[in-house]
Design a protein. Structure first.
Lengths: 392, 504
């Protein structure tokens, strides 16, 4: 059964322009899921509501704010993009959960999982698309909670909503409402085929170090010394100097956790360096892990994007996907700078020039680890490009 | 005995074997120890290599960080320059001052690497107000406008009149920077003066969104904003100049229109007056001719003596009446001709006209007088001269008048008259020159006026109407030609006129 896709966008955040362009490509009555991504300037309280009223139908909608957009024509640093999908074989169940409460993230994840399942009872569940607040530290917990309900090896893909590197607030869209500090998800069911591609391209550099003390996403000591010393030593900079450059260091030189059986290291962004010598990362880092300082270059990032697209192509047995949702780390956008469009071009070249691409630049990507040792369990990644290809 | 059962021989063998084992063990341990030493050495070597590699890795990341920083700065600058180019293109497309600000959009600001902007300009009362903004809401704008303690700050900024950034290390500027930060609630910004020829008239402020501590302004940013400010200033100046020129142009057009109206009104009036004068002269001349003819007729009848013998004295008086009547008739006829030509009542019979024949005809007609004064008359007109377009009888009058005048004013002896003509562009120019008594400058200025007679001895003796040259001028003008005179007292005069060349 074929999947119909309509994509509308506007550089100026013009809702009517995006909606009307979509409506010209698809019958709104058939739409099963709408995805909406918008740069912060246009992510207003009324945006999702206005999108729905411009479409003139109550279609299930999820989405989020983003520092940049990926459209079928290339990347765009301002505007909004709307993706509508329709297929008799596609059924979507959407849900949201707030992360802005003292409630345990794991429980929130479970709650969201149960809600999603209730929307597609009687169907084969295929994949879950998760869009969470990229600034929240609770996302790892939510993923674990979701896995507890949907199954440990159940495939997840998704990414964290972003802002313009202000790290202030992000937005999530759920049907007609704009949410803050929340996670939204769509559980997709039906007979379509899904393919995932995940790669980052960062390479390890220097010695292997061991996390000697950590809990959740706080690393207290590395090789028996205060954790921050690792960066101070490598960059020959004092802690205050490093703090000033934290954004650049975070993007270019994250920590890599070596995972048995995996091709690439699992990356962990440095969110902050504390005065007590501890390092806060975006995702959890288990005590005892072997870590390396990682380095990224434009070339390695682009070849990783190609590999991710090749993964998608291979799992669809070389058939072109009807839609590819691309979630690329904001760090990659920053690393590529003016060459940001190259990543888009590499993906399009690999997947096929007629494959519609849509997506955004994110704070953290969610995707399963491939090797059997991890049972396809989903983890939080950084600096990564995650592609979801949907085929027939 | 330990091994009492064993023979001495066996004991010896055992001893030897034992020794062998001990020796072998010894050798093995020595070898092992050596191997361990070697391995330790390798390990130490590897460890050293690893440490060295790690040091190299450190060097790599440090260099890479610096490279990335430079690259980022470069990217930012290039992006900024592209954005500047786009802004200046957009801004340059309009000559409306308000529109210039409206064209500074969210996307432009972001491309330069900022999220917010404020433009302050002076209003008509000389107070600064926010003219344009991107990235703020109404409430914030109100707050900034209220909170901004402009007078002091403005003076400080005006005095320095330089581009300032929140990252400026200058201690001197700290106070200004802090005041701006406090008033705007922004911590990362650049403010640049907008100035025109007359001096400072406002500021543009570009800022990162609050809380984006990771984004700090750089020197490159300062340069970009300074360029942006100067481009906006330039565009505003252009717009202002355009407005000034435009309004001056409008004013000028209005004045020209007004003056043209006035002039054409005056011209119409003059035409009207002239027409009335011509009509009057024409009517009067006409009315004069009838009684004049009667007077002449009666004088002639009386002179015939048919009405009785006319005494000699009476006869003399009658002849005078006759002569004066003739003069008067001549004058009235001239006046009538002038009036007719002026009012356009005479239709010129324009035809190709051979100037040489026209001049020769006039000379021939006047040959008795020429001979009488022994004047040397010369025609210097080339044979192949293009014909002029003119009315033959009227142009003959022109020649007769001009040659007649020349005859009158040349000296009694050695007088000479020269008639020449040549082509000049689309016209034929004719000159009638003499070596007569000439005229003063005052006379040459008025010689073509009606009833004007130059003040000289000859004119005092010889009677004239003062209408001949006026008639000549009117005839030439009726032919779309020009007439003028060059003359010097006692050296002679040269009258020149032009006639249109007949197009063949």
């Amino acid at each position: 059964m074929s999947l119909k896709v309509a994509i509308g966008k506007s550089r100026k955040g013009d809702i009517a322009e995006a909606a009307h362009s979509c409506m010209a490509q698809i019958d709104i009555a058939e739409v099963t899921l709408a995805l909406l991504f918008s740069t912060p300037a246009f992510a207003t309280q009324s945006l999702p509501k206005n999108i729905l009223s411009a479409l003139g139908a109550e279609v299930p909608l999820i989405g989020c704010s983003a520092m940049g957009l990926i459209t079928p024509e290339g990347t765009q640093n301002e505007g909004l993009i709307l993706v509508l999908t329709a297929s008799p074989s596609l059924k979507a169940s959407c849900g949201e959960v707030s992360l802005d409460n003292p409630k345990d993230a794991f429980l929130s994840g479970q709650e969201l999982g149960s809600h999603l399942i209730s929307g597609v009872t009687g169907y084969r569940r295929d994949i879950c698309l998760l869009l969470s607040d990229g600034l929240s530290e609770k996302t790892s917990g939510v993923i674990q909670g979701l896995q507890n309900v949907l199954g440990r090896s159940f495939p997840f893909i998704g990414a964290g909503a972003s802002d313009n590197f202000a790290f202030k607030q992000t937005a999530q869209f759920y049907n007609g409402t704009l949410l803050r500090k929340s996670a939204v998800a769509a559980l997709l069911s039906g007979k379509l085929s899904y393919a995932l591609g995940i790669r980052h391209g960062w390479k390890p550099l220097g010695k292997i170090h061991t996390i000697t003390r950590s809990y959740a996403n706080v690393i207290q000591s590395i090789d028996g010394k205060r954790a921050g010393l690792l960066y101070e030593d490598y960059f020959a900079k004092s802690l205050p100097e490093l703090k000033k450059e934290i954004l650049r260091v975070n993007i270019l030189y994250p920590l890599g956790i070596s995972l048995e059986g995996e091709n690439e290291y699992l990356l962990r962004n440095i969110i902050s360096l504390n005065d007590d010598g501890s390092i806060i990362t975006q995702g959890d880092v288990p005590q005892g892990s072997s870590i390396r300082i990682m380095i990224g270059t434009k070339e390695s990032a682009l070849s990783a994007a190609r590999q991710a697209a090749e993964q998608v192509k291979a799992s669809l047995r070389d058939k072109e996907p009807s839609l590819a949702i691309v979630m690329s780390s904001a760090s990659r956008a920053r690393l590529l700078g003016r060459d940001i469009d190259e990543e888009f071009k590499v993906i399009r070249e690999t997947l096929g020039k007629d494959v519609p691409l849509a997506g955004f630049y994110s704070y953290g990507e969610y995707a399963p680890l491939g090797s059997t040792a991890y049972y396809g369990q989903t983890y939080l990644h950084n600096q990564t490009i995650a592609i979801l290809g949907i085929g027939e | 005995m330990l091994f009492p059962l064993l023979s001495q021989e066996a004991m010896n063998i055992l001893g030897a074997a034992l020794s062998l084992v001990i020796i072998t063990l010894g050798i093995t341990s020595i070898l092992k120890i050596r191997q361990i030493q070697r391995l330790n050495k390798t390990i130490a070597y590897l460890k050293k290599s690893l440490d060295e590699l790690d040091e190299q890795a450190k060097l790599i990341v440090r260099t890479d960080l610096e490279l990335n920083k430079t690259q980022e700065e470069l990217d930012k600058k290039i992006n900024g320059l592209y954005a500047l180019q786009r802004i200046s293109q957009d801004v340059g497309k309009t000559l409306d001052q308000n529109d210039i600000f409206q064209r500074i959009s969210q996307e432009h600001i972001r491309q330069i690497g900022f999220q917010k902007t404020l433009v302050f300009t002076k209003n008509q009362q000389g107070k600064l107000h926010i003219r344009h903004q991107v990235g703020f809401d109404e409430e914030q704008i109100q707050h900034i406008e209220n909170k901004f303690t402009w007078p002091g700050l403005y003076d400080m900024l005006k005095e320095k009149s330089i581009t300032l950034s929140s990252a400026s290390p200058s201690q001197e500027m700290r106070q200004v920077i802090q005041s701006i930060a406090a008033a705007t609630n922004l911590d990362s910004f650049i403010i640049a003066p907008l100035s025109k020829k007359e001096g400072l008239f406002g500021f543009i402020l570009l800022a990162h969104a609050s809380g984006e501590t990771a984004l700090t302004v750089t020197e490159g940013d300062e340069e970009l904003v300074a360029i942006l400010a100067s481009q906006i200033s330039q565009a505003l100046e252009n717009a202002e100049l355009f407005e000034a020129v435009y309004s001056q142009h409008q004013e000028l057009e209005r004045k020209v229109e007004e003056r043209t109206k006035e002039l054409s009104g005056a011209l119409n009036e003059i035409k009207l007056v002239n027409q009335r004068k011509t009509d009057f002269v024409s009517a009067v001349s006409h009315e004069l001719r009838t009684p004049l003819t009667s007077i002449k007729g009666y004088a002639s009848i009386l002179l015939t003596g048919k009405l009785g013998i006319v005494p000699e004295e009476v006869k003399q008086r009658l002849e005078k009446i006759n002569i004066h009547s003739n003069e008067l008739t001549h004058m009235v006829n001239n006046l009538l001709d002038i009036a007719r030509i002026e009012s356009g009542k005479i239709a010129l019979k324009l035809e190709p006209l051979d100037i040489l024949s026209a001049a020769a005809y006039a000379l021939d007609l006047l040959s008795p007088q020429i001979k009488e004064k022994s004047i040397q008359a010369r025609i210097d007109i080339p044979q192949g001269l293009s014909p002029a377009l003119g009315d033959q009888s009227q142009i003959s009058r022109v020649f007769i008048n001009l040659i007649g005048n020349a005859i009158k004013f040349v000296p009694a002896e050695g007088g000479s008259i020269g008639i020449s003509a040549f082509e000049s562009g689309q016209v034929i120019q004719v000159n009638v020159a003499d070596n007569g008594i000439g005229m003063s400058q005052n006379d040459t200025e008025h010689i073509f006026d009606e009833f004007y007679r130059a003040d000289n001895a000859i004119n005092q003796k010889v009677k004239g109407t003062g209408l001949g040259l006026t008639l000549v001028k009117n005839i030439i003008q009726a032919h779309q030609g020009k007439i003028w005179v060059e003359s010097k007292l006692n050296q002679g005069s040269a009258f020149s006129f032009t006639l249109p060349r007949c197009k063949t």
